[in-house]
Design a protein around this ligand. Structure first.
Ligand code: NAD
Ligand code: MG
Length: 399
């Protein structure tokens, strides 16, 4: 809490105009006496950003590029909003570290979120992490930075927030000491669950983005359809909970009612259940260790009726397999996997490659690049850049 702002928490929201950003603001809107917005950060949706600035009156609004900043400034000049419009990554780093910011919601999609999220860790803020790609890229460096600067890292990804709720109170020292045998990471299986490879050849971006249970941004929707999302989440869980890949079991659970589970050595399995709505994990992390209203309807178990579980078959889920391999290899392998995946997903959304070629682009990029140590930010960014160049080439030759 920031005493200077009348005991309400100041929130800097990275990725304000996206799916997680808007869900966060929906929760914030319900608790005006508890939270206020210090900064909103976005990329391209200028009109939406102007509306949000008008409503939440942040001290700062940051756009990724000068053209959008100029447009936003012009729009805000017509409105009753005194917020300062800034541009670029350095400004994002500045607003997350500003003294009036207590909480940073990291909800930019992809590698673009890495530098501002790391800046929040360096500034010792309370970080609500949705941007899993940032952690996948920089795992050890990010966790060390957060620890050394006494940042509080709270997972927003629904599975990781569920695991967080099923573990002993934060911070988790050691899974073995806590009596944990395994983490059971649930996966819906996405829109194409159970479809044959031959049918997957011709699926469209529109079909891939139509998730059966969740409404999300386009990139994570495609990741859910390939199950790369679950692979990124395995890596995310390894870092957040100091777990090995072998301590994590992916469980296909098509209803997405159980958001994940923790299995203890005495035979107990603790689960977190709820309707699939990101406002629950967001509200949990915003108010932690308290509980607040999120706007999510309570779970009707009679309507749910049944819960199903299946073991994933890695032979038919190449993206999940590749991510688990990258987690085992360590170093820059996860950054390479992530970068290649971002390029491949963008190419699929642009209809330059087929759905089934996403995994092939990632696999060939990983094979082409030797793994290096990921101890420094420079090494991580270099691996990201090299992987993007190779993956782009792969897209060109396949497209
Ligand atoms: P989205 O595409 O809906 O929104 C992305 C946001 O990031 C937008 O506000 C966009 O303006 C911003 N952005 C993109 N590039 C930027 C840049 N270079 N600089 C500044 N801002 C930039 O995505 P989303 O679904 O909200 O997902 C956001 C993150 O949360 C992703 O990492 C995703 O994996 C994670 N996540 C999302 C969900 C979900 O339900 N949507 C669930 C769990 C985790
Ligand atoms: Mg998730």
């Amino acid at each position: 809490m920031n005493a200077s702002s009348g005991n309400t928490s100041g929130i800097a929201l990275l990725g304000a105009t996206g799916s997680i950003g808007l869900s966060t603001l929906d929760v914030v809107r319900r608790h005006p006496g508890r939270f206020h917005v210090t900064a909103l950060v976005g990329k391209s949706q200028v009109a939406r950003m102007a509306q949000l600035c008008q409503e939440f009156q942040p001290r700062y609004a940051v756009m990724a590029a000068p053209e959008e900043s100029a447009q936003l400034r012009a729009m805000l000049a017509q409105q009753d909003c005194a917020c300062e419009v800034l541009t670029g990554v350095a400004a994002m780093e500045q607003v997350v570290a500003a003294p009036e910011t207590d909480v940073v919601v990291a909800a930019i999609v992809g590698a673009a979120g890495l530098l501002p999220t790391l800046a929040a860790a360096r500034a010792g803020k309370r970080i609500l992490l949705a941007n899993k790609e940032a952690l996948v890229m920089s795992g050890q460096l990010f966790m060390d930075t957060a620890r050394n600067h006494h940042a509080t890292l709270l997972p927003v990804d629904s599975e990781h927030n569920a695991i967080f709720q099923c573990l002993p109170p934060y911070p988790i020292e050691n899974l073995a000491r806590a009596g944990v045998d395994r983490i059971l990471l649930t996966a819906s299986g996405g829109p194409f669950h159970g479809m044959a490879l031959s049918q997957l050849e011709s699926v469209t971006p529109e079909q891939a983005c139509k998730h059966p249970n969740w409404v999300m941004g386009r990139k994570i929707s495609v990741d859910s359809a390939t199950m790369m999302n679950k692979g990124l989440e395995v890596i995310e869980a390894c870092w957040l909970f100091d777990a090995t890949v072998d301590q994590i079991q992916v469980v296909i659970h098509p209803q997405s009612v159980i958001h994940s589970m923790v299995q203890y050595r005495d035979g107990s399995v603790l689960a977190q259940l709820g309707n699939p709505d990101m406002r629950t994990p967001i509200a949990n992390a915003l108010a932690w260790p308290e509980r607040i209203q999120s706007g999510v309807a309570s779970l009707d178990l009679f309507k749910v009726g049944r819960l199903d579980f299946q073991e994933p078959d890695l032979k038919h889920l190449p993206c999940l397999r590749l991510a688990m391999e990258a987690a085992r290899v360590g170093g820059t392998a996860s950054a390479v996997l992530n970068a290649a995946n971002e390029i491949a997903v963008a190419a699929f959304l642009d209809k330059k490659i087929r759905f089934t070629q996403i995994a092939a682009v990632v696999e060939d990029t990983m094979e082409a690049l030797p793994t290096a140590s990921a101890k420094s930010l420079e090494a991580i960014l270099a691996a990201d850049e090299q992987a993007r160049a190779i993956a782009l080439n792969q897209v060109r030759t396949r497209g």
